[in-house]
Design a protein around this ligand. Sequence first.
Ligand code: ADE
Length: 247
Amino acid sequence: MSPNAVQRVLLVFAMETEAMPLVKRLGLQRDAADKILQPAPCVTFSGRACDMDVHVVWNGRCGTHGVDNVGTVPAALSTYIAAQAFKPHVIISAGTAGGFKSRGAAIGDVFVSDAVMHHDRRIPLPSFNQYGISYTKTLAVASMAATLGLKTGTVTSGNSLDYTDKDMEIMTQHSAAVKEMEAGAIAWVAQMFQVPLLCVKAITDIVDGGRPSHEEFLENLHAAAASLQSTLPKVLQFMAGKEPSGL
Ligand code: ADE
């Protein structure tokens, strides 16, 4: 096997509902608490599956509000800590997301990323403008997408489930296909560790479909989590033992 082959992967999830079906399906075990620098709220699971060492980090729950730690800040913290602990060859930002029907998305689809960006960091100053958006190419996976029948598109992150008119203008300008709340932050950390990133996102709601995102999200969360769970092992198996440049 090539010394550059992917043998160790880290999957980053925001929500327990998204993470646990995969953890159970792959038979991953919760790591001892000392794997994670305290008092970070994230929770990790590890095991051997799909011919690889697989690590999962879930952002954990907010100590004050009791809900999953969604959004860019917990995602960056979890990714940093887990990348430090597990030294993955590839990081996967996995979870549910809104999709743009104008870019071919339908509820239940699973997308892989071609790039990630932020749509809610508006800084109209020279160079800070591009820093705010931080449009970044992700791992090229044309062969994987074709083999597994996955749609491909740009994943855009912001810290709100809804969006402003300006957010929509920025998402449209960059032809975003998938909208969620973590990938841009995970990309920042992945770049720091010089580890390639791929996003795998199942669609719960249609961003440009006219219905409020939160209604569709709640209706479709469990079905989308099931699509994700059936796709992720195939993604891992496809990667196992291949060089990141050959996906
Ligand atoms: N997660 C699921 N749907 C989403 C949306 N429309 N925006 C942000 N995050 C999401």
